[in-house]
Design a binder for this molecule. Sequence first.
Ligand code: FAD
Ligand code: SF4
Length: 339
Amino acid sequence: MKPFAYIRVTSLQEAAAAYASHPGSRYIGGGTNLVDLMKHGVETPDALIDLTRLPLRDIQELPTGALRVGAGVSNTDLAVHPLVRTRYPALSQALLAGASGQLRNVATTGGNLLQRTRCPYFQDVSKPCNKREPGTGCAARNGVHRDHAVLGHSAHCIATHPSDMAVALTALDAGIELYDGEHGTREVAAADFHRLPGEHPERDTVIRPGEIVTAVLLPPAAPGAVSLYRKARDRASYAFALASVAAVLEIDDGRVRHVALAFGGLAHRPWRARTTEERLTGAVPTDEAVREAVDAELTAARPLPGNAFKVDLARNLARDALGALVRSASGAPPARPRP
Ligand SMILES: Cc1cc2nc3c(=O)[nH]c(=O)nc-3n(C[C@H](O)[C@H](O)[C@H](O)COP(=O)(O)OP(=O)(O)OC[C@H]3O[C@@H](n4cnc5c(N)ncnc54)[C@H](O)[C@@H]3O)c2cc1C
Ligand code: SF4
């Protein structure tokens, strides 16, 4: 591993100043992704700025009923928080579906949002990769791409974003609070935080150099809204999503008042299913209406030779998830799980 400086900070201002004097540096939260990438030589920062002593480890309920989650809150603490479990089950379920207990104890909210793709060619410095080294090519396109994107990919990159938590935040209309020493604080919608690859796959998000994720803001949960997260993966113990879905639903007088659906594992960012949402809003949510709305979204899929199965997987996950939420929002007993 290349030698690097290590800087411990206790305030946001100190962190921003440390970045300004070490422009090639990286912030570090739990280190569960960054340190691995440094060991592989994918990340080679001159300095690490340790954020773990910043006062960003609280989960606060605001007077509006919104929840403010500090960027330093661990994935475990967030998943088990009583208000998260009761008001935002999709978020709790997504976190618990990710990584392992030990990793979740260390991994932070900010670091989880900014973790890098698990594309194996990105992690292997002997292979061409436009995300790691712009202009070198994409080894995955004609290589092994079973786990890669079916939606929104480009000629430059077909990687997927790996975070389960980010998919739930996207469906829950969360906001991401960012800080830098020069511009102060701004908020970006979780749905707009991650980017599609386009011609610049090296940029995963809209974050500016040196900006710090300070908090995630969850809007007040509407009374009667139900939500869930479902994930399909290769094995029951920890594994990244082949496809996943987060869904939120409110039904009023037999019709859909609000629906939000986001897919994980299918694109370079959590994929907000706006077409499905438009078709279902105001409709009576019959099985047929749900099927048509999900199918309409997935007509945008452009699978690669090795991963067409993901489209069917996502379709079935979304239909099942919405069906379960319709039953739950209507007060009907849940369907028996499939054998
Ligand atoms: C074996 C294994 C299995 C896993 N399985 C899953 C899974 O199934 N699902 C899943 O979602 N994840 C999974 N993960 C990923 C894991 O969730 C992430 O590694 C973790 O959430 C990253 O958080 P961290 O605090 O350790 O980030 P770090 O490694 O500290 O940082 C990650 C990135 O975020 C930046 N950063 C960190 N904090 C901030 C901040 N506040 N502001 C600005 N930049 C910041 C760092 O500079 C770095 O670029 C797995 C990881 C491993 C090792
Ligand atoms: S899919 Fe993206 S991350 Fe993977 S090799 Fe191609 S450019 Fe790199």
